[in-house]
Design a protein around this ligand. Structure first.
Ligand code: AVJ
Length: 316
């Protein structure tokens, strides 16, 4: 199926369900990617800064976990983006082991071009092999005698509910061999007011990011969403550690798609569920590792305990 066919099918199903829902995977068109860049710079959005600070502060420890013995190493980063936050860690890994190859996998051609340019300037001695595509189709085969360490950063795992997270982790496990490992960047449970503010910022950038999904459907599926008739709503539930985002229809309305040849009814106050951002406890991190076939071998937390880097091994 083409991208457009996948989107059409997703929207027909998602907007016809009793609880309307769309996947956050569709946020990242060009405008959505630009808005996400702005989110990462927001004062309320602590995640990116916390991860970066942790990679700097604990980078030597992490490098020693990833590459204890200096064997030939392939680092496969799923959803690398432009790779800028990885520069410090990669510099340390390259300094330990000249046989390190960085294999960033991303759907965005633009992000990978930017990555290649940046690494060419700032870390030209590192062997770089970018791959464009879906994580599992694009996953580079492991060379004989080379270890693979997968990286899934930015708390991107948080977009999955528990069954989705487990199936993704098991698929990653399926690509790895004994002696390989996985590094996860995870946003930890903390003061619920801090978490909520990250998804409900005072400048309204997150609202624009969420609403941009409707603008994308207008453009790609010939829909007629009036963006001023929907509002961003975010909540955080300490009982399950999930921040969730919705788009609320502020009045009764019909929305039509010329591409799908059908309309969707919205009651006043009805919501479209657009995103989950799971927060983790150390106990949840342990349980996910065990249930997906990994051995948890380290959880590096920042001083405030706000963000974590989990290191999981595939048993020998
Ligand atoms: C990229 C999925 C980690 O859930 O925090 C940021 C996306 N959504 N603000 C997150 C996002 C709204 C982000 N992830």
């Amino acid at each position: 199926m083409t991208e457009l066919e996948l989107l059409a099918q997703h929207v027909s199903e998602g907007l016809a369900a009793p609880q309307k829902a769309l996947s956050p995977a569709w946020f990242y068109d060009d405008e959505g990617s630009r808005l996400f860049q702005q989110i990462m710079a927001l004062p309320e959005y602590y995640l990116t800064r916390a991860e970066h600070a942790l990679l700097e502060a604990r980078g030597d420890e992490l490098a020693a976990l990833i590459d204890p013995a200096g064997q030939p190493l392939d680092l496969v980063e799923l959803g690398s983006g432009d790779g800028s936050k990885m520069l410090g860690l990669l510099r340390r890994l390259r300094a330990r082991n000249a046989g390190t190859v960085y294999r960033p996998v991303d759907l965005s051609e633009h992000a990978l071009t930017e990555l290649a340019r940046r690494f060419g300037e700032q870390l030209p001695e590192l062997a770089l092999a970018p791959v464009r595509g879906d994580y599992f189709n694009a996953w580079p085969p492991a060379g004989a005698g080379r270890r693979q360490v997968a990286l899934y950063m930015g708390s991107n795992l948080g977009n999955q509910d528990q069954p989705g997270a487990l199936s993704l982790l098991r698929r990653i496990r399926g690509r790895l061999r004994p002696g390989d490992a996985l590094v996860l960047g995870l946003d930890m449970v903390k003061d619920p007011r801090v978490i909520l503010a990250a998804y409900h910022d005072s400048q309204g950038v997150t609202a624009r990011f969420n609403l941009n999904l409707l603008a994308r459907l207008n453009r790609e599926l010939g829909m007629d969403f009036a963006l001023d008739r929907f509002a961003h709503y975010a909540c955080y539930n300490p009982l399950d550690g999930a921040a969730r985002s919705f788009l609320v229809s502020t009045l009764t309305q019909e929305v039509h798609s010329s591409h799908l040849g059908r309309s969707f009814h919205f009651a006043a106050g009805e919501t479209i569920y657009t995103e989950q951002s799971q927060k983790y406890t150390p106990a949840l991190v342990q349980a996910l590792a065990a249930e997906s076939g990994f051995e948890p071998a380290g959880l590096l937390l920042d001083e405030a305990g706000w963000y974590g880097l989990a290191f999981w091994r595939v048993a020998n």
